[in-house]
Design a protein around this ligand. Structure first.
Ligand SMILES: C[S@@+](CC[C@H](N)C(=O)[O-])C[C@H]1O[C@@H](n2cnc3c(N)ncnc32)[C@H](O)[C@@H]1O
Length: 230
């Protein structure tokens, strides 16, 4: 049997050792220090909300703690990220539910169940969009909302892809070996077309410019779309 190395083993590990707090704020931007917040998700009162590629679930923990949500479900495929989220925020159950799963598999079990789905540089960036976006659409109730932040261009400054092509970007195995993983960095019009094809409407995009002089950083593309009501 071959097991796939967890390429998210190192992500957020140092922060988790020193910062266990539920964040006071929720940001979409790459640097997490400015720009719009959870208001972009619309009315959260009593809503069923899912975080796709939640990592340590800091955004989901914020929503479950600081907003009158119904249920927040934080989904991540990485065993390391799921373990980190459980350690940091497992105590927020049942308002926050942590799920270790590939998001596409999870969404197939949740048809029509979600009011809101979102991703902050999460699964939307790392999953074949033609497979993921139809599953996202089907998991939303009609009129339900998807919001995600993704790279507006490559970290090198090069523009995103003009078609649905992934790039191999640097990653590290748990034992520190250099490898790559697939990342979809797409131009705005490519996302818009993919969302339209997957059954979304009311699609809007916004570029949040990078603030400050930060190495290996980028502008953020913030995308909102709604599942078509019948
Ligand atoms: C860059 S991290 C972002 C984590 C979190 N949203 C944050 O802002 O800190 C990307 C996360 O997406 C998760 N991910 C990527 N593709 C996924 C998929 N298909 N299913 C579930 N999780 C996925 C990875 O495991 C990783 O934890």
């Amino acid at each position: 049997m071959t097991t796939t190395a967890d390429l998210w083993f190192h992500y957020g590990r140092i922060r988790a050792e020193r910062d266990r707090a539920v964040p006071d704020t929720f940001r979409w931007s790459w640097t997490q220090d400015s720009g719009p917040g959870p208001e972009v998700l619309g009315d959260l009162g009593g809503r069923v909300i899912g975080d796709l590629g939640a990592g340590a679930a800091r955004h989901a923990a914020h929503l479950a703690t600081h907003h009158e949500t119904g249920r927040v479900i934080a989904v991540d495929a990485s065993p390391a990220q799921y373990a980190m989220a459980t350690d940091l925020y497992g105590h927020l159950a049942p308002r926050l539910r942590l799920v270790r799963s590939d998001v596409v598999e999870h969404l197939h079990t949740m048809v029509g169940a979600y009011d809101v789905l979102y991703s902050v540089f999460g699964a939307l960036d790392f999953t074949q969009p033609r497979k993921l976006l139809p599953a996202v659409c089907a998991a939303l109730r009609p009129g339900g909302r998807l919001v995600f932040s993704t790279l507006a261009h490559y970290l090198s400054g090069a523009p995103g892809q003009p078609d649905v092509t992934a790039a191999d970007v640097p990653a590290r195995t748990p034992d520190g070996k250099a490898t790559t993983m697939r990342r979809w960095v797409l131009q705005e019009h490519v996302w818009t077309k993919l969302l339209d094809e997957a059954g979304f409407t009311g699609i809007s995009t916004d570029v949040l410019p990078l603030t400050g002089d930060v190495p290996r950083a980028a502008d953020t593309l913030l995308v909102t779309a709604f599942r078509q009501a019948p």
